[in-house]
Design a binder for this molecule. Structure first.
Ligand SMILES: [Zn+2]
Length: 331
C-alpha cells in the first residue's frame, strides 16, 4: 500500500525506439506514471507559441474525445489556473503575452477529432496547431507533452501539439506539463545542476532488475544511468535525469536564471523513486533519486518536498521569469 507521506510515482514505461512508441506497463501498485517529451526535437525547429494581432500568444486546446474531456477538464483548468495565479493576464504590467484557451468551451464545438480512429480532424472548429489533450489509462498518474510550438514549415499536421495525461494525474502533473507545452525544460536537467542537486540512479524504481539486463547487453553504467537509448530498452528511464537536454529549442530562457529548486519544472525527490526504499526512510534524502545540495559537493542532502495540490500549488518566481523571457511583452 502506498504511504501517504510519500507521494510515490509508479512507473509507466514509455519505450521510444525508432519512432515506434511502445507502451509497456509495469504494474507494481495502484498506479503508473508517464513522462516523456521532446521527440519533436529530432525533427527540427521548436519555438514559442506565436503572437497574434492582439499581441497574445494563445495556446488553444481541445480534448481528443468525450472521455478525455470528462476525466481531464478540471485538471487541465487547474493546471493553467496555477500558472495564471502567478503570471496573470498578458500585458505590459505582467511582461508577457501568454494565455491558454479551451477552444471547445461554451459552444457545441465537439472534440479535436470527428473520428479519432481514422484521425479525421475537426477542422471546421480547430486549427491544426491546436493542442490535443488526451487521457491515458484508468489509474495512471503523470503526463507527457510536446515541448513548445512546432512551426507549420517543420510539421503542419493536426495533433502535433499534445498533452497526454494519466486519468489520476495530480495537479502538479498538469501544471508541470503545461510548462513543457509553453516550451520549458526540466530544471533538474540544467547543465550546471550537479552544483545544486544529487542524482542517485540506484534509487530509481526498478534499478536492480533493469541494470542486470543492461549489463548483459554490454551497456556501461554511465550510459545506463543517463541515456534513453541505453536505459529505455531495459525498462528504465534514467534520461529523465540526464544532465543537459537531449534536444535543443531555438528559444532563450527555457530555464530560470538562478537555479530554482522550487520550479514547477523541477522534479521533487520522490519522482521515479523506489517506493520500498522511500517508505522505510521517508526523511532520509540518500534513499531518493534526487536530493538538494546546499553547495557544490555537499554531503548533507535535503529532500525536495512532494508537491501540493491546487490551489496551494504554486509556480515559482523563476518560472514566471522564464515565461517573461520567452514570451516578453513588446520584446
Ligand atoms: Zn517533465
Amino acid at each position: 500500500m502506498l504511504n501517504s507521506t510519500v507521494n510515490m510515482r509508479i512507473l509507466l514505461l514509455l519505450i521510444n525506439i525508432f519512432a515506434i512508441h511502445v507502451f509497456a506497463r509495469l504494474v507494481i501498485s495502484s498506479g503508473s506514471s508517464l513522462e516523456r517529451h521532446g521527440e519533436r526535437g529530432n525533427h527540427g525547429k521548436i519555438t514559442t507559441w506565436p503572437v497574434n494581432q492582439d499581441k497574445n500568444s494563445v495556446v488553444y486546446y481541445c480534448f481528443a474525445n468525450k472521455e478525455s474531456s470528462e476525466k481531464l477538464s478540471r485538471g487541465v483548468r487547474n493546471g493553467w489556473k496555477t500558472w495564471y495565479a502567478k503570471i496573470g493576464q498578458p500585458g505590459v504590467e505582467n511582461g508577457h503575452t501568454l494565455k491558454a484557451i479551451d477552444s471547445s468551451e461554451g459552444k457545441d464545438n465537439g472534440y479535436c477529432w470527428t473520428d479519432e480512429k481514422s484521425k479525421q480532424w475537426n477542422s471546421k472548429v480547430f486549427g491544426n496547431e491546436t493542442l490535443v489533450i488526451k487521457v491515458y489509462g484508468d489509474d495512471a498518474i503523470g503526463g507527457e507533452s510536446s515541448v513548445g510550438f512546432t512551426p507549420a514549415e517543420v510539421d503542419s499536421s493536426a495533433g502535433r501539439h499534445s498533452m497526454t495525461m494519466g486519468a489520476e494525474a495530480s495537479d502538479w502533473d498538469f501544471a508541470h506539463e503545461w510548462g513543457h507545452v509553453f516550451g520549458l525544460l526540466h530544471e533538474h536537467q540544467r547543465p550546471d545542476r550537479d552544483d545544486y542537486v544529487n542524482f542517485t540512479c540506484e534509487n530509481m524504481y526498478g534499478y536492480e532488475e533493469s541494470w542486470k539486463r543492461a549489463e548483459k547487453g554490454k551497456i556501461s553504467k554511465e550510459d545506463f544511468c543517463s541515456k534513453a537509448v541505453s536505459s529505455r530498452p531495459f525498462g528504465f528511464q534514467s534520461d529523465q535525469f540526464a544532465k543537459g537536454a537531449e534536444f535543443s529549442l531555438e528559444i532563450d530562457g527555457v530555464h530560470s536564471k538562478a537555479y530554482d529548486w522550487d520550479s514547477i519544472m523541477h522534479y521533487t525527490s520522490d519522482i521515479f523513486g523506489d517506493p520500498a526504499k522511500m517508505e522505510d526512510h521517508p526523511k532520509d534524502a540518500s534513499y531518493f533519486p534526487l536530493s538538494r545540495l546546499d553547495k557544490a559537493g555537499d554531503v548533507a542532502r535535503r529532500i525536495i518536498p512532494a508537491a501540493k495540490s491546487y490551489p496551494d500549488l504554486k509556480v515559482s518566481d523563476g518560472d514566471k521569469e522564464a515565461i517573461q523571457a520567452m514570451y516578453g511583452w513588446g520584446g
